[in-house]
Ligand binder design. Structure first.
Ligand code: PEP
Ligand code: MG
Length: 540
């Protein structure tokens, strides 16, 4: 038995025979051509044929994975019309008198290297696309057929990397999972995998002789297990069986209410970090977004994201959620989330240090830019704003004053914005003790149990040595949650929980009895929590 660790891009367990997909040898011969005009025509014909193939792949993908995910093939068609790309090929054919295969493959390599060297992760992911289109044209030029990705029996498919056009050719009924050496969570391959519901791992350097061997993909921990022993196999077979039964049952809960047996209904929202996560939110039928960790926009960037960049992201989320509430948490940087360009100093105790709202109230330029972007996006949907790491009533009053100032300046500029609910994260003991006073200031509370546990129990959440003490079921933490809910309601604020604990179904009944109004969990937990709510009877 051999275990390899990579990164999971979609959860789940797959057990089956490993099949290795090797791309055909794409080594392209370099030859000198006499009639460069004829060679250039041969290239143009191949481009037309490639565009036609892409059109067919687009139609197939729309059917299988939806319009949004199929869009990659439209992008590929457009890339084949890119002037710089076409000029580079023409230049190599006409000025260097080289054959079309060589000109295309060299151009593909150069453009791919250029994309890969860019700072922007999205652009880096495009390196695979430009290689993909170039390989397609080379194959057509050399009369090579596409290698089939269809197998007779279901397999775990391993490859160096899978280009989008390859992923879409996977016959879902014959592929249990895929595992790649390269690729990123942002690549189309990963996005498509999530949509196709196949457990998938990236960054696994599997041995070449794995083909034909039995393997297990653990898409929870990112493990690939080759030739598992009997005990391991049995363990994973049980998980797979349980998972399949659960999945089927949970699917039936889509469209159903989050209502207890005795009729108490609460809101079940989802947590997201990026715009792309909205897809899973909708697929899992969440009622809204209870926590948009906006710091990911900053972490993904090499400089402060501009107002317009942020506006575009918030607007897209609001529009996709189509009237369902989207609660955007303002920047929560610092502690474990560091951005070089903020120039934050190294601290002795970062968790107790300069982070979140403390930075925003100091660096008002950054804070106001974000607030302007959020408020502008609020005309396109139902947006709420919440503020992290609050410890005092004065802070909240100062924040509200700044929000009013930003609204005022938008009004003066004639820029529209909608009604937004304002709330705070309750994640410090100070906010819990002051929850009575704080609830008079805001529309809602959202309890961040990850930090609330760390600060209540004085346990650094990053310190693995303290793991045994890090118990969010600790009575002190549960009391803090109860106190927050009760005090929130005293002044008419609604109270939700958005930390990891919200998804702990052993506590769903406890939270409901405490009177929680909303639970916000990762999209993949929505239906499981809905199930727990529907099985609860508060009348008993
Ligand atoms: C929390 O602290 O519970 C929370 C939701 O915020 P984060 O995990 O992003 O700190
Ligand atoms: Mg937190």
């Amino acid at each position: 038995m051999q275990e390899l660790i990579g990164k999971a891009v979609f959860a789940g367990v797959a057990i089956g025979t490993a099949a290795v997909y090797r791309k055909k040898d794409n080594a392209v011969k370099k030859t000198v051509v006499e009639d460069t005009d004829a060679e250039f025509k041969r290239f143009n014909d191949a481009v037309e044929a490639a565009k036609e193939e892409l059109g067919e792949l687009y139609d197939k993908a729309v059917e299988e994975v939806g319009e949004e995910n199929a869009a990659v093939f439209e992008v590929h068609q457009m890339m084949l019309e890119d002037d710089d790309y076409l000029e580079s090929v023409e230049d190599i054919i006409k000025n260097e008198s080289m054959n079309a295969e060589y000109a295309v493959s060299t151009t593909g390599e150069n453009f791919s290297e250029m994309f890969a060297a860019m700072d922007d992760e999205y652009m880096q992911a495009r390196a695979a696309d430009v290689k993909d289109i170039s390989n397609r044209v080379v194959k057509i030029l050399s009369g090579e057929k596409e290698e089939s990705l269809i197998h007779d029996k279901p397999v775990i498919l391993l490859a160096d990397d899978l280009a989008p056009s390859e992923t879409v050719q996977l016959d879902k009924s014959k592929i249990l999972s895929f595992v790649t050496r390269f690729g990123s969570t942002n690549s189309h391959t990963s996005i498509l995998a999530r949509t196709m519901n196949i457990p998938a791992l990236i960054g696994i350097d599997y041995p070449e002789d794995i083909a034909g061997k039995e393997a297990i993909v653990d898409g929870f921990s990112g493990k690939l297990i080759i030739e598992p022993d009997e005990e391991t196999l049995k363990h994973y077979m049980e998980i797979r069986e349980k998972q399949e039964k659960e999945r089927q049952l949970l699917e039936e809960l889509k469209g159903k209410e989050n209502k207890t047996i005795d009729g108490k209904e609460i809101r079940l929202y989802a947590n997201i970090g990026t715009v792309d996560d909205v897809q899973d939110v909708l697929k899992n039928d969440a009622g809204g977004i209870g926590l948009f960790r906006s710091e990911f926009l900053y972490l993904e960037s090499s400089d402060y994201p501009t107002e317009d960049q942020q506006f575009a992201a918030y607007k897209e989320v609001a529009e996709k959620m189509d009237g369902k509430q989207v609660i955007i948490r303002t920047l929560d940087i610092g502690a474990d989330k560091k951005c070089d360009y903020f120039g934050l100093e190294k601290e002795e105790n970062p968790a107790l240090g300069y982070r979140a709202i403390r930075i925003c109230l100091d660096r008002k330029d950054i804070f106001k830019t974000q607030l302007r972007a959020i408020l502008r996006a609020s005309s396109y949907g139902n947006i709420g704003i919440m503020f992290p790491m609050i410890i005092s009533v004065d802070e909240v009053r100062e924040i509200k004053k700044i929000v009013d100032e930003v609204k005022e300046s938008l009004k003066k500029e004639g820029i529209a914005f909608g009604e937004v609910e304002l709330g705070i994260m309750v994640e410090t003991p100070a906010a819990v003790f002051l929850s009575g006073e704080l609830s008079a200031e805001v529309d809602f509370f959202s309890i961040g149990t990850n930090d609330l546990t760390q600060y209540t129990l004085a346990i650094d959440r990053q310190n693995a040595k303290l793991e045994k003490y890090n118990d969010p079921h600790d009575p002190a933490v549960l009391k803090a949650i109860e106190m927050t809910i009760t005090n929130g309601h005293k002044n008419g604020a609604w109270v939700g929980i958005c930390g990891e604990l919200a998804a702990d179904t052993t506590l769903t009944e406890t939270f409901l009895r405490m009177g929680v109004d909303e639970l916000s969990v990762s999209a993949s937990h929505i239906l499981r929590v809905r199930d727990a709510i529907r099985k609860t009877d508060l009348g008993k």
